[in-house]
Write a protein that binds this ligand. Structure first.
Ligand code: FMN
Length: 191
């Protein structure tokens, strides 16, 4: 126990245990005030609300990308595809120009959009909540797009990149039902 009576949580145990929770990975981008594209790899992304449409992510308070997002008030979330490991590693580093070898364009909402993601979600910053050494940033969804070609996500599990093995996904006969469940919204459906 610490002096204030809180249990002492070992940081390594925290990482190991929380690392059992598998997530997809996103890259979140914006423009700086000089209109330079900037962004970072972000695992802590989630859908928050359907009505109104809100998403959230948790940037570390040290992130330069977050400082730029706060300043611009807008961001683009890219849900990474399996073949975007290298891009992810670059955006997860502190390299000065992460966009150097990347293919990207500027959207109508004036955001840098990287090619090849499974999905892109453009948002305006709605609210920022304190979360210890991170913030919880809530975004109001403005645009949604899905890639017509890329079909498998890049995953993060136990501190390493991984991917879905095609043979172990839901067998074909179940897909129609599953699709119905995932796309039909009733009062008791989550999202
Ligand atoms: C797979 C992966 C997931 C990450 N998830 C997060 C995250 O959820 N929040 C965060 O602040 N940083 C996360 N990072 C770390 C940032 O991408 C990294 O700190 C980045 O260098 C910040 O750079 P910046 O200062 O240029 O914004 C992640 C990195 C990787 C590789």
């Amino acid at each position: 126990m610490t002096v204030d009576g809180e249990p002492e949580i070992d940081p390594r145990a925290f990482r190991n245990v929380l690392g059992q929770f598998t997530t997809g990975i996103t890259v979140i981008t914006t423009f700086t005030t000089e209109h330079t594209p900037i962004g970072f790899a972000c695992q802590s992304f989630a859908a928050l609300s359907l009505d109104p449409p809100l998403v959230l992510f948790c940037p570390t308070k040290q992130s330069r990308s977050w400082a730029a997002i706060e300043e611009s008030g807008r961001f683009c979330v890219h849900v990474l595809a399996e073949e975007q490991r290298e891009l992810c590693a670059r955006f997860g580093s502190r390299e000065p120009d992460k966009f150097a070898d990347a293919a990207w364009h500027t959207s109508d909402l004036d955001l840098p959009v990287l090619d090849g993601a499974l999905a892109t979600i453009e948002c305006l910053v709605d609210r920022v909540v304190d979360g210890g050494d991170h913030y919880i940033a809530i975004g109001r969804v403005q645009t949604l797009a899905e890639s017509p070609t890329a079909d498998r996500p890049l995953l993060f599990y136990r501190g390493q990149y991984t991917a879905i093995e095609p043979a172990k996904t839901t067998p074909a006969p179940w897909r129609a039902d599953l699709d119905h469940f995932l796309t039909t919204t009733t009062l008791d459906t989550w999202l």
